[in-house]
Design a protein around this ligand. Structure first.
Ligand SMILES: CC(C)(COP(=O)(O)OP(=O)(O)OC[C@H]1O[C@@H](n2cnc3c(N)ncnc32)[C@H](O)[C@@H]1OP(=O)(O)O)[C@@H](O)C(=O)NCCC(=O)NCCS
Length: 219
């Protein structure tokens, strides 16, 4: 069990507090944000301290950290804080939901956030600072590299490599055996059948409004 300081005071931090409190051995003892972003003294009933002062208030020899940030700037904001937390001497904890089916014998790296209803098949490797939001399928022998963010109901088939800093939107599908290059952005619902190029953006066709309105259709 660790005493954890959560970096952040937004939605993801609120959810991290919820998940760590309800479904982990760890205790969230405080939140921290950069001084210029700190608005309140407390959040979720815990103190909020300036990141500049956190090591003095909650020293890394007795506390761990979890960086609870989203995919802003293709995950670069979270990665930067992850590196800063490590440089200050903190061990970064990961959360894996008790409702995740985690069958790989390789545990995920640090600062991972792996929510309910993910299926992580055997022989999968998950790097550091990876988010798997709820309900994804990560197929056997796949690798999800550092700082990637996989939103919800994504299918990563077997033997896929998801490169560092990739963002995969909801309901995306990746064919088996392909590699997503670093910083690939896959839009919601896109089906990726080939390797991608670095920083490539891949979009699915959007639904179009039909000519009739719903009251004109006899369901
Ligand atoms: C790819 C994506 C990031 C683009 O987002 P964006 O830059 O904000 O783009 P917008 O949705 O504002 O669209 C801008 C323009 O790009 C084009 N465009 C965007 N997505 C498109 C798509 N899927 N198909 C065709 N054209 C598209 C359109 O021309 C659109 O203009 P219009 O709709 O005003 O005519 C977004 O479509 C997406 O898929 N986001 C992921 C959502 C998601 O999974 N969220 C879960 C988070 S946990």
């Amino acid at each position: 069990m660790a005493k954890v300081v959560v970096f952040g005071a937004g939605d993801i931090a609120r959810l991290a507090h919820f998940y760590f409190t309800k479904d982990s051995p760890h205790e969230v003892v405080a939140f921290t944000v950069d001084r210029e972003y700190r608005r309140d003294e407390t959040f979720q009933g815990r103190p909020v301290v300036d990141f500049e002062d956190v090591a003095a208030r909650y020293p890394p020899d007795g506390h761990s950290m979890f960086v609870a940030l989203s995919y802003a700037k293709m995950n670069k904001v979270r990665a930067e804080k992850y590196e800063q937390a490590k440089a200050r001497g903190y061990t970064l904890v990961s959360y894996v939901s008790s409702r995740c089916t985690y069958l790989s014998e390789t545990p995920p790296g640090d600062n991972c956030f792996i929510l309910e209803d993910n299926t992580v098949q055997p022989f999968v490797t998950i790097g550091n600072d990876v988010t798997l939001w709820s309900g994804n399928h990560i197929g056997h022998d796949s690798v999800v590299q550092d700082h990637a963010f996989i939103s919800s109901h994504v299918v990563v088939s077997g033997h896929v490599t998801v490169g560092p800093y990739c963002f995969l939107g909801v309901n995306a599908t990746l064919r088996n055996g392909i590699t997503l290059a670093a910083e690939t952005l896959v839009g919601a619902g896109a089906v990726i059948m080939k390797n991608t190029t670095p920083r490539g953006v891949y979009l699915a066709a959007r639904a179009e409004r039909f000519q009739k309105t719903s009251d004109e259709i006899d369901l």
